[in-house]
Design a protein around this ligand. Structure first.
Ligand code: SIN
Length: 282
């Protein structure tokens, strides 16, 4: 790449580590262009051993677009742009631990998110991503033709679901919102078709009941989460993930089983998360 960065894929379906860049140092235009290109090629890119402050993480995100404020999860008091994703010791859940793309219950979901690991256990709490372009391309022609004309209703869910199950999370006093998106959207930069549904936020097909929608949605969720469409990233303090939220889903794995290695994974996990504004899916 022209900035000297190198990409090392981590799985067959998507995901690459990018080496040779200091994200806190103020990126050159060539480095921004290389990261943008790598994001289109690999859908999620990872960086190791970064030292971001809230200020430099926000400045980094702004190189890729305007910051999107989460509609329900409340950000830090000093930096509202940053949502702190906290899993406290003893918790068996992890915020984000069900396959989803971010906030698809709003009209224009974010184009991407940048997640920075501040504190992570020595093992457990990895995150997986799945490639929704591959999920689309591997459907039969008949299924593609049928889905091509369909829309689905996505919902953010009630604010309680963002906080009630997690000690470290806070929500705005916001209402639940809904948005209707095409089931197959087109990537605004590459033009690739994307199977744009996810288990957390897609409720039903537009014009159908939840009950009528369930069998086909369940098939599409299971299909899009197939292991061969995924990659899995093991965090270390200082690791960063930047994903294209238009064509991926992700799942934070809550595998903090207390009996394993004498409970060695039962450490506080703290991630700083910033979202970048996106377009209305078409
Ligand atoms: C998220 O869904 O944004 C959180 C992912 C994670 O904490 O690994």
């Amino acid at each position: 790449m022209s900035s000297g960065m190198e990409a090392a894929p981590i799985a067959g379906a998507l995901g690459a580590e990018l080496h040779g860049v200091d994200l806190a140092g103020g990126l050159s235009d060539a480095a921004v262009a290389d990261i943008r290109r790598a994001l289109l090629d690999h859908l999620v890119v990872f960086f190791r051993d970064q030292a971001l402050t809230p200020e430099t993480q926000i400045a980094l995100a702004r190189r890729f677009g305007a910051i999107a404020i989460h509609p329900i999860a409340r950000g830090r008091d000093d930096h509202p742009e940053i949502v702190e994703v906290v899993r406290e010791p003893g918790e068996m859940l992890n915020w984000g631990s069900k396959w989803h793309a971010d906030t698809t219950g709003i009209e224009s979901p974010p184009m991407g998110s940048i997640l920075y690991a501040r504190a992570v256990p020595p093992f457990a709490g990895d995150t997986c991503w799945a490639n929704l372009c591959l999920a689309h391309d591997t459907l039969s022609d008949g299924m593609k033709a049928m889905l091509g004309g369909m829309h689905a209703v996505h919902s953010t869910g009630a604010p309680g679901r963002y906080v009630d199950f997690y000690k470290g999370m806070r929500a705005f006093d916001a209402g639940e919102s809904e948005a209707v998106h095409p089931v197959v959207r087109s990537h605004p930069e590459t033009g690739r078709p994307i199977l744009f549904v996810n288990r957390s936020f897609t409720r039903r097909f537009d014009g159908m009941t939840e009950e009528e929608s369930r069998p086909l949605l369940d098939f599409l969720f299971g299909h899009s989460e197939r292991p061969e469409f995924t990659c899995r990233f093991r965090w270390r303090p200082g690791s960063v993930a930047f994903w294209d939220n238009r064509c991926t889903i992700h799942d934070a794995i809550a595998d903090y089983w207390p009996a394993r290695n004498g409970g060695a994974a039962d450490k506080r996990r703290v991630m700083h998360r910033v979202m970048i504004e996106g377009d209305r899916p078409v």
